[in-house]
Design a protein around this ligand. Structure first.
Ligand code: UGA
Length: 476
């Protein structure tokens, strides 16, 4: 196929740059559309949600992503970027169509819900008025793209040349703009020579920067993405499993991870032990992988991912148990300050957030939970309106019986433990992200509990048996 404008190549064979449509303007799509505009292409973002479209057209991003509002504002103003609900008009204008809709976990199952991807692909195919390249970016189970090709064949008007390839996306929330403009690698699968030329033209800027390009078949491209997320999840669950041994033996998992990380074959990234992974990607992707692996009889993958998931969910239990223990056996009516609701820093995303999950579980056990997060207050409140929310970290911590650090925001990592010691009810902190400068906190009279880091000597009673928590408070 050749993705070219309706006008076709001119007499001198200088083709105009392809116009891009991006179907779905969530995290992936909004960022991808802005990046396409930044790379110089006329880009049309398409979504079914009119309020999202109105916000994006005004340069407002309905989620917190550093740098994205600025980039969208810049290109809405430059005229390179538009947003519309009119799929047919966008497809008629564009040459390359990126499918960026969500593939959430199906209700009541581990499988991915592919309805949005199927509908978007069909929507593009049936509205094609000239040759088009359909590029799938959504995270899908292996075998999906081959099936989608059937949809493209069935619904593309006869006589029109259409091709579907798969080009997974590896962006991280919080770093989405930079990851999209300057990716680690570009991967696409299933492209004919003509499609390969078009997609290389689209990614000319990162390719010119030296970004490695891996071209492959559809199945490999799909699997690269889920395997990357599965590997990251496995790395986190590995260090969390080891952190349990550290907790039992008095070893220090942070030092251990540093030492492991110096081995270039291992690397230090994604070896931070703690509350474990959450968010809209890793948890649902390992479950979808488990489901697909089971379907096709790849049983070892099923077993491995099951363990990764179980270790991860077990970390939440560990923190709940530590809190109960810190409060002498019951959290009922005790004041618990929770710092952090987002699934990680630099985002307001609370989808499958370990932090919010722990906060809610303690609330359900009768604790008086007061929560603060620098960005995720609104999203958290929408998910759990019954928790108490404080407008400031100090407000949440004031008079608390125990402080839980559940997301490693700079605000808490850099906070003065002495200042917080003066307002808290009882100087007891559970550092569930192993992120606090423990020695400073201990010096300020805090008792610190971590996941797999030994508790430094406080010089004050740290007994947490039932009824003895006042003794701990004497550390002040
Ligand atoms: C993840 C992948 O990192 C991206 O490459 C991928 O493109 C994206 O999913 C996706 O599929 O769209 P993201 O969900 O933004 O990105 O979050 P990560 O930065 O991977 O963090 C995931 C979770 O792991 C967070 O809850 C974080 O706190 C936790 N984590 C991370 C740890 O517990 N320990 C670590 O050492 C690192």
């Amino acid at each position: 196929m050749t993705a070219q404008k309706k006008t076709g190549p001119d007499a001198t064979d200088v083709r105009p740059a392809p116009v891009i449509s991006v179907i779905g303007t969530g995290y992936l799509g909004a960022t991808h559309a802005a990046a396409m505009a930044e790379m110089g292409f006329e880009t049309i973002g398409v979504d079914v949600d009119p309020s999202k479209l109105a916000a994006l057209s005004a340069g407002e991003v309905p989620f917190y992503e550093p740098g994205l509002p600025e980039l969208i504002t810049k290109h809405v103003a430059s005229g390179k970027l538009r947003f519309t609900a009119d799929l047919a008009a966008a497809v008629a204008e564009a040459d390359v169509h990126f499918v960026c809709v969500g593939t959430p976990q199906k209700a009541g199952s581990h499988a991915a819900n592919l309805t949005y991807v199927e509908n978007a692909t069909r929507g593009v195919a049936e509205n094609l008025t000239h040759p088009g390249l359909i590029v799938g970016k959504s995270t899908v189970p292996v075998g999906t793209a081959a099936r989608l090709r059937g949809i493209v064949r069935e619904f593309t008007p006869s006589g029109i040349d259409a091709e579907l390839i798969w080009n997974p996306e590896f962006l991280r929330e919080g770093k989405a703009v930079d990851d999209t403009l300057h990716p680690d690698r570009l991967v696409w699968g299933g492209a004919s020579a003509a499609a390969d030329a078009v997609i290389r033209e689209v990614y000319a800027a990162p390719i010119a920067e030296g970004t490695p390009v891996i071209t492959t078949d559809l199945a490999t491209a799909e699997l690269v993405k889920v395997s990357a997320n599965a590997f990251l999840a496995t790395k986190i669950s590995f260090i969390n499993a080891i952190s349990e041994m550290c907790a039992i033996t008095g070893a220090d998992v942070s030092t251990l991870a540093d030492a492991l990380g110096h081995d270039a074959r291992i690397g230090r990234k994604f070896l931070n032990a703690g509350l474990g992974f959450g968010g809209g990607c890793l948890p649902k992707d390992i479950r979808a992988l488990m489901y697909r692996a089971n379907e096709i009889g790849a049983n070892r993958v099923v077993g491995l991912m099951q363990q990764v998931d179980e270790i991860n969910m077990g970390q939440r239990e560990r923190v709940i148990d530590m809190t109960i223990e810190a409060l002498g056996g019951s959290v009922l009516n005790r004041r618990v300050a929770v710092v952090g609701a987002a699934f990680k820093p630099l985002t307001d995303d609370v989808r499958d957030s370990p932090a919010l999950n722990v906060a809610a579980a303690l609330h359900l056990r009768g604790a008086q939970v007061t929560l603060w997060d620098p960005e995720a207050m609104e999203t958290a409140r929408r998910s759990f309106p019954t928790l108490t929310y404080s407008a400031s970290m100090e407000g949440a911590i004031e008079d608390a019986d125990v402080v839980l650090v559940l997301t490693e925001w700079d605000e808490i990592v850099e906070a003065s433990p002495a200042a917080l010691a003066a307002i808290v009810g009882r100087r007891f902190v559970i550092d569930a992200r192993n992120c606090l400068p423990v020695t400073d906190w201990v010096k300020a009279g805090w008792t610190v509990r971590s996941l797999g880091r030994p508790t430094p000597v406080t010089g004050a009673p740290v007994s947490v048996a039932a009824g003895t928590y006042d003794a701990v408070a004497t550390a002040r």
